[in-house]
Design a protein around this ligand. Structure first.
Ligand SMILES: Cc1cc2nc3c(=O)[nH]c(=O)nc-3n(C[C@H](O)[C@H](O)[C@H](O)COP(=O)(O)O)c2cc1C
Length: 329
């Protein structure tokens, strides 16, 4: 049976190009408890890609959800089985991405136009082995409409799912870019509050515009969980505080040499299968907000060209040694 005792109080949002297996490794070193997501993976890619193992990889970074984009019922059913085989804790349907290419493939936010189809997608994903969930917006277009959102949730919860992640702003499907779609449509947390009152036993995780851990701490009193995207994209090292702040665990992870060793031990095994930039990209955020780190950054940039991971690791070790106080403040 798939019922696992998983706490989704703090989730790291799915982010294409960012929440790679390497980022998830770093997140997991920093926080044992937060609930992680893959990038969105198109159902067809999940089923047919020759890089399948690389793309879907879960190296024991649980608790973690695999996010899928698609609307073909048979494909989605296969994807649930794949998520189970790869030991994910949950499979999540993307009903929030507004990009043009995703619309062409008939998935993402445009699915909110067809709540019956979304219900059917979620039904076809249920296989009694893995938890199924959805990530959606609060509506479509320029006007907010709570009734539309409520009717959408009424229909989709009929599928039997119990967990919904809500990016609490509309998606605008034409005229603005995906990135503008994360800032222009106004946020409305009240929609999530109201829907939770209607379905007290379902889990609604709030997402959108939570730009500090302080804000997350305030919101967690009123919602089942919070999902953090760009905050962690910019500064993944904030996750070191999450277990203590949100899960009552009396420990903050140190940013030290051990962390660098653990991270590099992992990515060394992937050097043959992925680009050095993707392998290093998550840990490069260690420089975020750290004063006088220019020299280190320049050294890293030079050594990336050489591809010498041992050398790059030694630069990070020196950086951590000399900035320990700042990094663990
Ligand atoms: C670079 C980037 C890529 C994203 N990719 C995805 C994705 O693959 N799937 C998804 O559901 N949302 C994606 N999102 C949206 C985030 O999951 C989240 O809903 C959004 O950023 C709002 O949360 P935030 O204000 O905490 O960043 C992406 C966001 C960013 C910044």
């Amino acid at each position: 049976m798939y019922k696992k005792d998983i706490n989704r109080r703090v989730c790291v949002a799915p982010m294409m190009g960012y929440t790679t297996p390497y980022a998830r490794k770093l997140y997991r070193i920093l926080s044992k408890k937060s609930f992680l997501f893959t990038e969105m993976i198109a159902a067809k890619t999940m089923i047919h890609s020759r890089n399948k193992d690389l793309v879907i990889e879960n190296d024991g970074h649980n608790p973690v959800a695999l996010q899928v984009g698609g609307s073909n019922l048979e494909d989605l059913n296969k994807c649930s089985n794949i998520a189970y085989e790869y030991n994910y804790d949950e499979i999540n349907l993307n009903v929030g991405c507004p990009s043009k290419s995703v619309q062409k493939g008939s998935f993402g936010a445009c699915l909110m136009k067809d709540k019956i189809l979304v219900r059917q997608c979620l039904e076809s994903m249920q296989n009694n082995k893995i938890e199924v969930s959805m990530k959606c917006r609060i509506g479509l277009g320029k006007e907010k409409n709570y009734d539309f959102f409520e009717e959408f949730i009424d229909e989709t919860l009929k599928s039997g799912i119990k967990i919904v992640y809500v990016h609490a702003r509309n998606a605008i499907l034409s005229g603005i870019s995906p990135s503008q779609n994360r800032s222009i449509p106004p946020l409305d947390y009240n929609f999530v509050d109201r829907i939770k009152n209607r379905y007290p036993s379902a889990i609604f995780v709030l997402n959108g515009g939570i730009n500090s851990l302080e804000k997350a701490s305030d919101l967690i009193n009123n919602f089942d969980g919070v999902m953090l995207g760009r905050l962690i994209q910019n500064n993944p090292f904030l996750l070191r505080e999450v277990d203590k702040r949100f899960y009552n665990i009396n420990e903050i992870t140190d940013v030290n040499e051990e962390l660098i060793f653990a991270y590099f031990d992992y990515i060394k095994t992937k050097l043959e299968i992925d680009s050095i930039f993707r392998l290093l990209s998550p840990i490069l955020q260690i420089f975020f907000g750290v004063p006088n780190s220019k020299i280190f950054k320049a050294k890293i940039n030079d050594s990336i060209k050489s591809g010498d991971l041992k050398l790059i690791e030694s630069i990070f070790l020196n950086f951590v040694k000399s900035k320990k106080l700042f990094l663990n403040y």
